[in-house]
Ligand binder design. Structure first.
Ligand SMILES: [Zn+2]
Ligand SMILES: [Zn+2]
Length: 211
C-alpha cells in the first residue's frame, strides 16, 4: 500500500478535529482514515511520516521561515509547538468572478475588501472549521435551524467574519476560530445593516435589552 501525504487530507483532518490540532493527532487521523492505521511502506517509520506531514503544513504556514506568499497560499497558522490551526488566505487569483458573490453584502468599502470578506464567509474549508468548533447554532441568539426546520435545516448556518475591513491586510490569513462566528440569517442581516458592520456583542445586547 502506498500513500502520499497531501494537503487535502491534512485540511480534512483539521476540519474533523475541530479546526486545530497537534501534528501528532493529525497524523493519527490520516493514518486511521487513509492507511488502516499502518505507516505506509514508502515512509520509513512513524517519525518520518509525521515529519512529512509537518513539513507539508509548514510549507503553507505564513509564519514559517522561507514562506513565500507569491508561491504558496497560507493555509495553516502555527499556534504552538507542533500545533496548527486551519486557516485560509485570500489570493485574487482564486476568486473567479464577482458575480458569484450574489447580493447581501453591500457593505462596500472598496470592492476588493468586499470580495475578501465574502470569500472567508463562503469558503467551505473555513466554514467547516468554524462550525465544527462552535456548533451549527447562532452565537448571538442561539437559533438552531435544525431544531426549527428539522432535517431541512440540518447544518445550515451563516458564517460571519468578525475582523473589521480596515484591518484586513493583503497578506491576511483567516483564523476560523478567532475570526469567524456562526450566526443565523436574521442576526447576520442585522450585523450588516450598518457600515462598518456591527459587532456581535452589540447585536447580542440589543436582543437582551429588548427582553
Ligand atoms: Zn441569531
Ligand atoms: Zn458577515
Amino acid at each position: 500500500m502506498t500513500y502520499k501525504v497531501n494537503i487535502e487530507d491534512i485540511q480534512q483532518a483539521l476540519v474533523e478535529l475541530g479546526g486545530e490540532a497537534r501534528a501528532k493527532h493529525i497524523q493519527d487521523y490520516v493514518l486511521s482514515k487513509h492507511c488502516a492505521n499502518q505507516i505506509p511502506p514508502n515512509y520509513e517509520h512513524d517519525k518520518s511520516f509525521r515529519q512529512t506531514i509537518q513539513r507539508k503544513i509548514e510549507d503553507y504556514c505564513p509564519q514559517a521561515k522561507g514562506f513565500d506568499e507569491r508561491k504558496k497560499e497560507g493555509k495553516f497558522v502555527r499556534i504552538g509547538h507542533g500545533m496548527y490551526r486551519l486557516a485560509l488566505s485570500y489570493s485574487g487569483k482564486e476568486f473567479p468572478t464577482t458575480e458569484e458573490l450574489g447580493a447581501g453584502h453591500e457593505f462596500v468599502e472598496g470592492a476588493t475588501k468586499t470580495i475578501k470578506v465574502n470569500y472567508y464567509e463562503r469558503s467551505p474549508v473555513a466554514r467547516a472549521a468554524c462550525i465544527s468548533h462552535y456548533g451549527a447554532k447562532c452565537v448571538i441568539c442561539n437559533f438552531n435551524f435544525e431544531e426549527v426546520y428539522g432535517e431541512l435545516g440540518k447544518s445550515f448556518i451563516h458564517v460571519h467574519h468578525v475582523i473589521p475591513l480596515s484591518e484586513v491586510k493583503a497578506s491576511y490569513v483567516v483564523d476560523p476560530i478567532n475570526d469567524l462566528r456562526p450566526v443565523c440569517a436574521n442576526c447576520h442581516a442585522i450585523i450588516h445593516r450598518t457600515t462598518p458592520a456591527l459587532d456581535i456583542a452589540a447585536v447580542k445586547n440589543a436582543i437582551t435589552r429588548k427582553n
